[in-house]
Design a protein around this ligand. Structure first.
Ligand code: ZN
Length: 117
């Protein structure tokens, strides 16, 4: 077995998952501290902060679903994982992935890109 994270790491797509997910706690914090923010900057500004935090949260969930792809066949791997795997299994399925479930492309080593497309 090529090992956990093999496909995502070998195709250099870890950041597409990690960066948006890293922003989610900041968005959640903004939502949780809404009253405190409103007390300091006013209700209108607090609503703007809430809207921005909500938008960033939605983007943080949606962008990885459309951007984590097989470099050969463009299969949306995270989207496929969320749609087809059990709620408790999709992340494990994704990090254990060592080849594309659609075209069977298997990156040989981290950093290697497919030569045929
Ligand atoms: Zn593929």
């Amino acid at each position: 077995m090529a090992g956990a994270r093999a496909f995502i790491a070998a195709t250099k797509q870890q950041w597409k998952v990690a960066l948006p997910l890293a922003g989610l706690p900041a968005c959640a914090l903004a939502v949780l501290l809404e009253e405190s923010i409103a007390a300091h900057v006013g209700t209108g500004a607090a609503l703007a902060v809430m809207a921005a935090a909500t938008g960033l949260g939605v983007l943080g969930l949606a962008l990885p679903c459309v951007s984590v792809r097989c470099p050969r066949c463009q299969c949306k791997l995270l989207r496929r994982a969320v749609h087809r795997e059990a709620a408790s299994e999709w992340l494990l399925w994704l990090v254990r992935l060592d080849r594309c479930p659609e075209c069977q492309f298997a990156p040989a080593a981290p950093g290697l890109a497919p030569s045929d497309g």
